[in-house]
Design a protein around this ligand. Sequence first.
Ligand code: SF4
Ligand code: SF4
Length: 150
Amino acid sequence: MSKNKTQLEVNPNLSPDPVGIRGHHFLCMQGFQGYGYNQDFALHMQKVVDFIIKNPPCKLELLTECDELCSHCPHREGEICSKDPNAEENIKKMDLLVLEKLDIQEGSKIQARKIFEHVNNIFKTREDVMEVCGNCLWRDKCLWFMGKPF
Ligand code: SF4
Ligand code: SF4
């Protein structure tokens, strides 16, 4: 099983460790309020978010490729994102930008509590996040984005 195909269970005793998460999803998970590309995607994302909230010491692996959240996305085709013709390239760029701003190497495995603290120390204002979130269609539904002060 590849590192980004792990199946999450809410029971911490069954937790995969680490869970693979692509860079920009460290932002998106914090703004999630139930919306998604379809019901399966949204339910799975809720499960992942709940799991991480309940298990802050769990380790997350930083990826720039399809991850645990993508695993239930209707836009995933094999190991790539096919949301639109340029999605794979553009979304990977978003992930790389996030990792660059965090100054963390792809493949690093970090405790969830620490990585989210770090993310929120780096991305503090609306200006900080615009480079990553500027073209996102979910901005008006993303609590994390909406909560960033100007
Ligand atoms: S605005 Fe979009 S890209 Fe930015 S954190 Fe929210 S969902 Fe993710
Ligand atoms: S749209 Fe692409 S990057 Fe976003 S969750 Fe779906 S497959 Fe993953």
